[in-house]
Ligand binder design. Structure first.
Ligand SMILES: [Mn+2]
Length: 319
């Protein structure tokens, strides 16, 4: 685990001199992306910096009543007006497009825990041994001796709980638990976050899960369990990425399963897939995701591609 002493010192210096700063959350933001940009915003605004958050997707509906957040579409912002831009989590998704439109003097910072980041920035704070970007930010806030408010504690724990699947994934290290305990001590409400992120399912969502689980097929030779949701299955519904990831997680725990794959139709002509592997199963699902232009972690990854899923009585074809 990288200590980032030098990078944190540099970031602290950049922040001390920033006047107008843009935070970037990745497209279709997950709890770690939302948690990290909101925690950063709170910290930066304390220091009288003008801060905005850019994202190509709207603020996630399931977090609206819990957190006070506002995302602006990058096209609605004057991107050349910022002196610092910080991308938090999955910086390859969206941040790369924004970087191209910045002022020449603008300082760019990327904070991430994905192992396959190709994007370049002036300051890179990237280490895949961290479970969440929020875990890296927690380290940074300790480093700069920030007083952790209830809001910051809540947003950081949101990211940690999101990316560890509520402490269930293999990335739940002793360091994660220590950080989480400290954040709880500073007022973060674990059960409230858990309810938002993992419970609080609409009946339609649970029915979709039911369809996905019912159609799942296990190949005992390879240990792969697979299921798919066609546009007919979805019937106009648009499940969140979190919902789909959860189905992949549940399927990966079936006995004799080494890894799981769920494919669903996100829009007409476009499909999305989520992969989960069991720890010690010897499968690196990020390698599979890479073959299809996606990415992620060895035990949790995903990809998107053009295509339409067709169901031939339980045998799927992508055309
Ligand atoms: Mn993350």
């Amino acid at each position: 685990m990288h200590a980032f002493k030098q990078e944190f010192t540099t970031l602290q210096y950049i922040v001390a001199h920033a006047k107008k700063l843009l935070l970037v959350a990745h497209t279709r933001p997950d709890p770690d992306a939302v948690g990290s940009v909101l925690a950063m915003k709170e910290y930066l605004e304390e220091q009288s910096i003008i801060v905005e958050i850019a994202c190509y997707s709207p603020f996630p509906e399931f977090l609206i009543n819990m957190l006070d957040g506002h995302f602006s579409h990058p096209d609605d912002l004057d991107l050349s007006s910022y002196d610092v831009v910080i991308g938090c989590d999955s910086v390859d998704r969206g941040f790369a497009d924004i970087i191209q439109n910045l002022n020449e003097d603008c300082v760019t910072v990327a904070i991430d825990h994905h192992h396959d980041i190709v994007l370049d920035a002036d300051v890179l704070i990237i280490d895949p041994t961290y479970a969440a970007t929020c875990e890296i930010l927690y380290e940074y806030f300790i480093f700069v001796e920030l007083v952790i408010t209830k809001e910051i504690a809540t947003t950081l724990l949101l990211g940690i709980l999101g990316d560890t699947g509520g402490f269930q994934h293999a990335n739940t290290s002793a360091h994660v638990m220590k950080a989480a305990a400290d954040l709880m001590q500073h007022g973060a409400d674990t059960s409230c976050i858990m309810e938002r992120v993992f419970a609080n399912k609409k009946i339609e969502t649970l029915k979709l899960w039911g369809t996905a689980l019912e159609k799942a097929r296990l190949d005992t030779k390879t240990g792969m369990i697979v299921t798919a949701l066609t546009s007919e299955d979805l019937n106009g519904q648009q499940p969140s990425s979190e919902d789909i990831k959860e189905v992949a997680s549940i399927l990966s725990t079936v006995p004799d399963t080494r890894y799981s794959l769920i494919i669903f139709q996100i829009s007409k002509g476009r499909i999305k897939a989520s992969l989960r592997a069991q720890k010690d199963a010897g499968v690196d699902v990020s390698k599979i995701a890479h073959q299809f232009g996606g990415g992620g972690h060895p035990l949790a990854s995903g990809f998107e591609m053009d295509g339409k899923i067709i169901d031939h009585n339980g045998e799927w074809e992508i055309v």
